[in-house]
Design a protein around this ligand. Structure first.
Ligand SMILES: O=c1ccn([C@@H]2O[C@H](COP(=O)(O)OP(=O)(O)O[C@H]3O[C@H](CO)[C@@H](O)[C@H](O)[C@H]3O)[C@@H](O)[C@H]2O)c(=O)[nH]1
Ligand SMILES: [Mn+2]
Length: 710
């Protein structure tokens, strides 16, 4: 058998290692200087703390650079060699018809149904945590549309098989025009229903009517399980007479007394329901807003999953999260290249890429125990009984009930893991600790494309939730530093710890954006003079780390201006979402409030979209997050202006204050959009006045306190 894939170590790995030694020497020198000059002065000990944290985080992150791997697959060989393709179950999660518009969710499902894959071996399962009749209705419509859409894609060899994305790009004429009209019809119907808030019974036929009448008795937090087989490949045909893949709607049982564990709970219910129905050995998880952009991605993943050398230990093949409709500058750093490309590639050279929740092909086996314990025979696909048969449906409903969650090890020993809001990170980590491996697959044509948040508040809300979820792992019995380093490997554990402490950046960033600025205002020098040799250590540390970051970012296809946004968002997150995420976590730990999964909005709001497309930040709401950002912005601006004025008057002081002035200027440059939104904009996305006023008040307070201390 020819090799289905190849890989090599990144050519820069050696340079990275050399750089590691020089850079660590500089860090040690700096820390030594701190210790030698240690004083009880608050500012200098804070700066020491900041540098210590930065150094620690830097150390944890070096594993990503130790042995990055680049891979290539040869999926065409699968066909040449007549490989039998295994059955594939696709899981799509949605949770709210308002934040996650059903017309987009069905597009995602259609893109997966249209995979270039034998229909009798492909099933698409949709979990609806919103338990919404609107979503079910949309999927009923989607099942009808699929009969036209699938043959259209197949016959015209279309690559972009999400109807939403397909019709967005390019004009539709001829047959495509007809398809577009059909899809628009579906969309209008769905949108009208969502606007109305319920499914009008005249929209559905008599057999469907019963379902919706029944539905009205439930609430979204208290209802029995509901499963609806919308397409069944053994029975249903598209308009060209080909079998359709299975399409199954599931709303798992929810009871107030039974914790539902958010997305991890939904995925586990899907895991059980699919076991009762099709039990495919290969699974694909997708977020509702992440459609397939290449119909042959399953074959690409199978290049690894079918490799007899890898298969016994291979848990999953992860594709990167990539996004469409990102604006030119990617103002919110939504691409997250550092996590989804650079980080994954780095981990791939160790135990394997981390799981990022979507675009990931699993071997079902891996979710049921360590590689040594699994017996392959339990994971053979079912193909005999009809999905709509009484028996199968009964079993499936049962599998979607809360009952399982109480008695079994679901979420702890098997399935997607509970206990963290970032169930993806946590599950991948646990699998690696169990001895499973994984692979990062990053083809040139994006396999999946999703939507990134389009308002600042959404973007920060998302990372705030991640921060809490990551802390939950850091401070659990499975802390990667203690447990991961032992169970997986030293470097893998350190990398996972780096992510677990992702929000810890808030400490050094807040210190560096606050105290040197106050000190500048009150003429207190903190750093080395320009004429001092130590100045060069500072310069080296700063330039080398930013330089390395830039090189890595560009190398994974980034643009300079997007890199600038990316590093800006690092600063902004540090003073907002990471800081508030840290607080959220502390509050949840002392038992005041249980952490919740706030969905990221995927809704298309006109104003938000227009501002996003024109590259302007959308603030709009008065959130405490923005007050902390506004305060730091104004403090930096004030100190910077003050510093410049002083520098102009007496050049002499420049020598010892230069680094502080530079730092201040750097922060000010980063926060230009904040000043604009506070003082120069009048649109809906500007900073609310109340936030600006509160920030000014807080700034004054800080300067007063600073005066008392200095
Ligand atoms: O109770 C819930 C909450 C969420 N979801 C689904 O989970 C997915 C991710 O939710 P989203 O609001 O889009 O979160 P993001 O922060 O954008 O998602 C990232 O982070 C999540 C973990 O916090 C991962 O699950 C995702 O895969 C990853 O893309 C969506 O399809 C939701 O419908 C559920 O099914 N049930
Ligand atoms: Mn999302």
């Amino acid at each position: 058998m020819a090799r289905l894939h190849s890989h090599h170590i990144h050519p820069r790995a050696m340079l990275n290692r050399i750089h590691f030694f020089f850079y660590s020497a500089a860090i040690i020198a700096l820390l030594h200087r701190h210790i030698a000059a240690i004083s009880l002065a608050a500012t200098s000990s804070l700066l020491f703390l900041a540098d210590l944290t930065l150094a620690f985080m830097w150390l944890l992150s070096q594993g990503f650079r130790w042995r990055p791997i680049l891979r290539q697959e040869f999926p065409h060989l699968l066909r040449q060699e007549n490989h039998q393709l295994p059955a594939l179950d696709v899981f799509i999660c949605t949770a709210d018809p308002i934040k996650e518009p059903p017309e987009s969710v069905v597009s995602t499902a259609l893109s997966a149904m249209a995979f270039d894959y034998p229909a009798d071996r492909l099933s698409v399962y949709v979990s609806d945590d919103g338990s919404s009749e609107l979503t079910l209705f949309s999927f009923m419509e989607a099942a009808k549309f699929a009969r036209y859409w699938l043959p259209f894609c197949r016959e015209n060899n279309i690559l972009e098989r999400s109807p939403e994305a397909f019709f967005e790009s390019g004009d539709a004429v001829g047959e495509a025009g007809k398809m577009k009209a059909l899809f628009e019809g579906l969309r209008e119907k769905v949108k009208a229903a969502v606007k109305r808030g319920y499914v009008a019974l005249n929209l559905v036929d008599s057999s469907e009517e019963k379902i919706f009448l029944n539905w009205k008795k439930f609430t979204r937090r208290d209802h029995p399980s509901h499963i609806q087989v919308l397409c069944e490949s053994r029975k249903d045909r598209d308009i060209a007479g080909h079998p359709l893949p299975n399409l199954i709607y599931m709303s798992r049982e929810k009871r107030p007394s039974s914790p539902h564990h958010f997305k991890a709970g939904a995925l586990n219910a899907l895991l059980r329901v699919s076991e009762a129905m099709t039990n495919a050995p290969v699974l694909l998880t997708l977020d509702c807003d992440m459609h397939a952009n290449d119909p042959r991605s399953p074959q690409r993943a199978l290049c690894y999953l079918l490799d007899p050398d890898l298969a016994p230990n291979l848990a999953y093949v992860q594709f990167p999260q990539r996004y469409r409709r990102i604006n030119a500058d990617d103002i919110y750093g939504g691409e997250l290249r550092r996590i989804f490309l650079i980080g994954s590639r780095g981990l791939d050279g160790l135990h394997g890429a981390n799981y990022v929740g979507t675009g990931c092909f699993f071997s079902r086996r891996s979710l049921f125990g360590p590689p040594s314990a699994a017996t392959a025979s339990n994971y053979e696909s079912k193909g005999c009984s009809f999905l709509r048969s009484e028996l199968v449906l009964q079993e499936a409903h049962d599998a979607a009930s809360c009952r399982y969650e109480h008695v079994n090890d679901w979420g702890y020993q098997i399935g997607f893991r509970y206990g963290s809001l970032v169930e993806d990170y946590y599950t991948g980590y646990q699998l690696h600790c169990e001895g499973w491996r994984s692979v990062f697959c990053n083809p040139d044509r994006s396999a999946f494309l999703g939507d990134a948040p389009r308002s600042l508040y959404d973007s920060l809300g998302q990372t705030r939730r991640w921060a809490v979820g990551l802390y939950e792992v850091a401070f659990s019995g499975y802390c990667p530093l203690l447990y991961g380093t032992r169970k997986a490997s030293l470097i893998t554990g350190l990398c996972y710890m780096h992510y677990a402490l992702w929000a810890v950046w808030c400490f050094p960033i807040t210190i560096y954006t606050l105290f040197p600025q106050l000190a500048l205002f009150y003429d207190k020098p903190l750093f080395a003079k320009v004429s001092d040799p130590w100045f060069f250590i500072y310069a080296y540390l700063f330039l080398a780390s930013y330089g390395q970051d830039l090189i890595e970012f560009m190398e994974v296809g980034g643009l300079i201006r997007r890199w600038w946004s990316d590093q800006r968002m690092w600063v902004i997150r540090g003073i907002t979402s990471s800081a508030f995420g840290t607080l959220d976590f502390i509050i949840s730990k002392i038992g005041l409030l249980a952490p919740g999964f706030n969905l990221t909005s995927k809704a298309n709001e006109e104003e938000v979209n227009t501002l996003y497309d024109s590259g302007k930040f959308f603030f709009g709401t008065s959130s405490p997050l923005f007050i902390s950002m506004g305060t730091i912005a104004i403090i930096n601006l004030t100190s910077f202006i003050f510093g410049i004025l002083k520098a102009v008057r007496s050049i002499g002081t420049m020598d010892e204050m230069f680094l502080q002035l530079l730092l201040c200027g750097f922060v000010v440059t980063n926060l230009v959009p904040v000043y604009e939104a506070m003082f120069f904009r009048n649109d809906a996305g500007r900073m609310p006045r109340s936030v600006t006023n509160a920030s000014i008040l807080l700034t004054i307070t800080f300067f007063c306190v600073g005066r008392m201390i200095s």
